[in-house]
Design a protein around this ligand. Structure first.
Ligand code: NAD
Length: 456
């Protein structure tokens, strides 16, 4: 936040001591969480045993709009984790200028160990406990790790029961189609993740060709040259080599986008899931892999399956994907995948964080120093929350947006966010793309706090 204080073009009317006070009070507000609610959900298990499960809803800040953030069902959920994720939501929504603040929820269970009846009870009890603090114009939850559209459907059902006669549909997003959900929501994060990379190479870097002398000689120029190398490779008719870790909602869709991309030529040389990696240096048949995944909910992992499906691929260990030869690595599985132990062995020049925090901060710093480019999670994987906003909007006007309208809006917003971040980062030579994102988000929040007369 000190960077904002030192940026004399930001709030130039505030000077000297008064300026310091204004920034200190902004810092104090944004480092204080508005509300932490902890409760216990009592549920009777199928065995008739009664269990008390800790549950949270944490509302960090709502200066930019109604609180918004997912609900996570995971056995490792803790108050600290939920609070950190709520702060991240405030920043993510601010970066993309969505009219939302940040919140997060969590329930300490392993959903795989709960039957459908038990999960339904947990979902309904969560809403009963937190109902006074949730609502379409107050705090709007969505799915997160361990929850999905079925859980959101149950939760909206309970919310409606508790609030008869009220406008209820906008109280949760990520619902199923037919229950107020948005067309294209499932694919939105994967499509947005690919778009952030595609836009950087194809739109932004191409446009900057003539002005690269402005970039000096340091890491920014090194990174720009890596971007240039990639689109020039495609222009020569050579495929850009892409690998995708994780083949779920985010990774599967991102791999398909790369495979189908017409403007840049890609070969998806490797994909992986929790069981292993598939590799073909001449490019995998992604359409066949998608079709297999739709039927089996995992990638093929035996020679026999590959032969049967007529898929030409080498079977490698799950983590081998991290250090294979490639130009672009889309990380769409879990956190901490590139870390101090393997950061020196990675070969890609561009890393795209479809998952949350797949690169540790030490590795992030190292890759940056090497002149590699990391498109951070806060920027790359916001397609989901952007479409959640449209879902909330369509629920308010009781009209269903077409899938085309949804994706057009998401791509438009993603391009605007990327334009803002990359121009700031490269031309002001800021210290990292992630930091540039945080700075841009904080600027937006500070300005709102200032305009609302909260900073004295
Ligand atoms: P998903 O459950 O659909 O898919 C996860 C994939 O990762 C699966 O293919 C799984 O097999 C694979 N995987 C798990 N552990 C792995 C490992 N160690 N190595 C390789 N692959 C592994 O989940 P998703 O919705 O695609 O989400 C992926 C990531 O993106 C998560 O971290 C999630 O929090 C994040 N994210 C998702 C969304 C969204 O809208 N879906 C939005 C923002 C962030």
């Amino acid at each position: 936040m000190n960077q904002l204080l030192d940026d004399k073009q930001f709030l130039p009317e505030e000077k000297d001591d008064r300026r310091r006070k204004v920034f200190e009070s902004g810092k104090e507000i944004l480092t204080t969480t508005d509300k932490v609610i902890k409760s216990y959900i009592r549920v009777s298990r199928d065995s008739r045993e009664i269990v008390r499960i800790p549950a949270y809803r944490i509302q960090h800040n709502n200066i930019a709009g109604f609180y918004k953030g997912g609900i996570r069902f995971n056995e490792n959920v803790s108050e600290e984790e939920v609070e950190n994720l709520a702060v991240l939501m405030t920043l993510k929504n601010a970066l993309h200028e969505l009219p939302y603040g940040g919140a997060k929820g969590g329930v300490v269970i392993n959903p795989k160990e709960f039957s459908d009846r038990e999960l339904n009870l947990v979902s309904k009890k969560y809403v009963q406990r937190f109902a006074p603090d949730i609502g379409p114009t107050h705090d709007i939850p969505a799915p997160d790790m361990g929850t999905n559209e079925r859980v959101m459907d149950w939760m909206i059902g309970e919310y409606k029961t508790i609030h008869p006669g009220q406008n209820y549909l906008g109280a949760f997003t990520g619902k199923s189609i037919g229950n107020g959900g948005a067309l294209g929501r499932r694919e939105a994060t994967g499509k947005g993740t690919f778009h952030s990379y595609f836009w950087l190479i194809h739109e932004w870097a191409r446009r900057q060709k003539e002005t690269e002398e402005k970039l000096g000689t340091g890491v920014h120029l090194k990174q720009f040259n890596k971007l240039k190398k990639i689109f020039e490779k495609s222009d020569r008719g050579e495929p850009i080599q892409v690998a995708v870790q994780g083949f779920g909602n985010v990774g599967g869709v991102a791999a398909q986008m790369a495979h189908r991309c017409k403007e840049l030529k890609h070969h998806v040389v490797a994909v992986s899931d929790h069981l292993g990696t598939l590799y073909n240096k001449n490019g995998l048949n992604i359409e066949k892999l998608i079709s297999y995944h739709e039927r089996h909910e995992q990638l093929p992992h035996t020679k026999k399956e590959l032969e049967k499906e007529e898929i030409d691929a080498e079977l490698l260990h799950r983590d081998d994907i991290i250090t294979l030869e490639m130009d672009v690595f889309i990380l769409a599985a879990i956190e901490d995948q590139i870390n101090e132990a393997n950061m020196k062995d990675v070969k890609a020049d561009i890393f795209v964080e479809g998952a949350n925090a797949p690169i540790t901060s030490a590795a992030d710093e190292y890759l940056h120093e090497q002149g590699k480019v990391v498109i951070p999670d806060i920027l790359a994987n916001a397609g989901g929350v952007m479409v959640s906003y449209l879902e909330w909007k369509q629920d308010r006007i009781t009209q269903l947006y077409s899938q085309e309208e949804v994706l057009d809006e998401m791509y438009g917003q993603m391009s605007r966010s990327c334009e803002k971040v990359f121009a700031e980062y490269f031309y002001k030579e800021l210290s990292g793309i992630r930091n540039t994102c945080y700075l841009s988000a904080l600027k937006h929040l500070f300005l709102l706090l200032y305009k609302h007369g909260k900073l004295f």
